[in-house]
Design a protein around this ligand. Sequence first.
Ligand code: FAD
Ligand code: NAD
Length: 407
Amino acid sequence: LKRPNVVILGAGYGGLMTAVNLQRTLGVNEANITLVNKHDYHYQSTWLHEGAAGTIHHDQIRIPIKDVIQSNKIDFVKDTVVEINPKEKKVKLENGELSYDYLVIGLGFEAETFGIKGLKEYAFSIANINSARLIREHIDYCFARYNNEPEEKRDELLTFVVGGAGFTGIEFLGELVNRIPQLCQEFDIDRKKVRLICVEAAPTPLPGFNQQLVEYAMDYLEQRGVEFKLGTIIKECSPEGIIVSKDDEVEEIKAKTVVWAAGVRGNSIVEKSGFETMRGRVKVEPDLRAPGYEDVFVVGDCALLINEEINRPYPPTAQIAIQMADTCAANIAALVRGKEEEIQKFVPNIRGTVCSLGHDDAMGIIFGNRKLYGTQAAIMKKIIDNRYLWKLGGLSLVLKKGKLKFF
Ligand code: FAD
Ligand code: NAD
């Protein structure tokens, strides 16, 4: 009997966890499983802001894929997906082509720049290891250059703009307020010379989140020197900085560093491959299949799932991507074994949202309505981070890559 080809695209939370779940469920002779990823490592997107600020080394964020997959069960292909042809059941890679019987799309997110002029060219985004490393190097370089420039030309070197006060923007600022004093000391710069500006279009940071917790985060960051420009929209970005507008008043902020953290979309390959998408995300069926394609599953940030209670999409999160991987792997195992009747619906279990404010502070909600602040929340955040490593690779992975310093 022919073994079906299961091809998984992307080794992020959704893709890699699907692969690991399948390796635990299926026997060697039940299916040929291939995992394709651009790099030979998996990175934790949820830690990228720390790498970008330079508060942790990028090697702690990434995990060699060979450390978590068994090569006798999963064939790992380091390559870049170019296009999917769902009609012919083929995937075009930069260096080859794959045929599948079942496909899992887990290609993750990209920055959504909404067509704003100059953002793609001149702003940084916290999107992967390479872009995080670039931001860290660039920030260090700005500090290093400062004392080598004439006085009238150097203020913008120490002006750092973060676009968007969503969770990514707030968590990145939380890291920066810890890192900036260290850089000031290293490069003999007065902390007062550094400007950290956060531009947010909505009237409040973290729109829609609990007001008390938002105020906690805002006070924490303002006390450490962050200037919030709320109700202010980024209109344009250039090598000199950004143009913003508030109530029809336009202002130019000169800055050598603009980090765009104001929105994400699903990987554009999905849209290019002919799937119907909204902001690059496929509105999946309850069992995570792409509408019209019985053999294509979509997980993580490439999938759009509606929260029926409020009739709005669930936010794209790692929490949901990891849970989708459980359902997706179970459904593929059922199909491989010819047990269609065992196909499950995906039901997310939102355990909470915890937002870090640097290494030792945080805030968030857990278990539905319990609010957490300060050290307690920071510890909870590290437990959440370590829990994922445990699920992926057990104790040894927690000991290798985990956040074991709690205070
Ligand atoms: P990703 O994690 O984006 O992985 C996609 C994978 O596909 C990567 O390995 C990539 O290399 C690979 N890939 C991409 N394109 C190609 C290609 N063409 N060919 C081959 N491989 C490719 N969510 C939470 O729940 N909690 C948090 O605390 C949290 N914090 C966050 C902090 C930051 C700074 C950011 C940016 C996001 C955060 N999120 C958080 C959201 C979370 O990171 C995403 O929802 C999650 O990463 C989505 O997982 P994924 O598996 O869909 O894709
Ligand atoms: P987001 O879409 O959640 O937030 C983007 C913010 O940018 C919004 O507040 C929006 O009003 C603002 N914005 C948009 N256009 C703007 C403009 N032109 N000028 C100024 N502001 C503008 O994006 P994100 O923060 O990158 O988060 C992406 C996903 O990752 C979300 O689902 C989020 O929940 C998740 N995430 C979760 C955590 C956590 O749980 N700790 C951390 C980071 C990210």
